[in-house]
Design a protein around this ligand. Sequence first.
Ligand code: C5P
Length: 237
Amino acid sequence: MNTPPALVVALDFPEENQALNLARKLRGVVPWVKVGLELYLASGRQFVQHLKKMGFSVFLDLKFMDIPNTVQAATAQVTAMGVDMLTIHALGGRAMCEAALTGRAQAHEAGTTPPLILGVTLLTSLGPADLAWQPRGTAESLHKLTLDLAASAQKWKLDGVVCSGREVCDIRNTCGASFQLLTPGIRLPDAACGDQARVCTPAQAARDGSNFLVVGRPITRAENPVQAAEEYLRDMA
Ligand code: C5P
């Protein structure tokens, strides 16, 4: 049987105070929080470190994609902040992914656990019509490209990838048990999907072998976020 995945709540808020209010409620209930571009730009490095002091594992989801030298330096900065997981785009290619690993090694403090570096495969918001370099793209070619990117990320020694629930099973079969898979677009069977097109239930993603499930609005916008988080935790267990 698979080890149950960890629940990561996406603190998608425009202001630090809103994120802090929710984090206070979720402390002790949820192990991980995600800080994305919006909150990071609003609140910055000190808030990330505050979340760490509150006892959360922190996933800083800034999805780096730039020339290798820049990504190396950015990854070193994030590593020095003491976060537990970060993202880069696998589409940035081999040299960029390897540069991120170098940046982590440069900044990692001896005796601490270095952050996991995950590669974003294809954004789950992309559809066949969005593949400008492949004008007659199909759902199958998108799926294949995602699997190819995951295999490349593994070859380049990233710790894992971000993928939709639809790809978890195939990537797990191709990349083996220790490759870390993080899955957004998670919804309980009766929940509203919002703008997420490729959703998956916590139970299904857990069965297929995902390691981290990212849930945002179903928890952040719930009347009782703690109760909502507990429902997701029950389903994935
Ligand atoms: O509110 P919801 O549960 O849809 O939030 C999902 C979170 O996962 C958001 O923070 C979103 O940015 C993130 N995400 C995603 N799809 C990806 C990568 C990240 O939905 N491919």
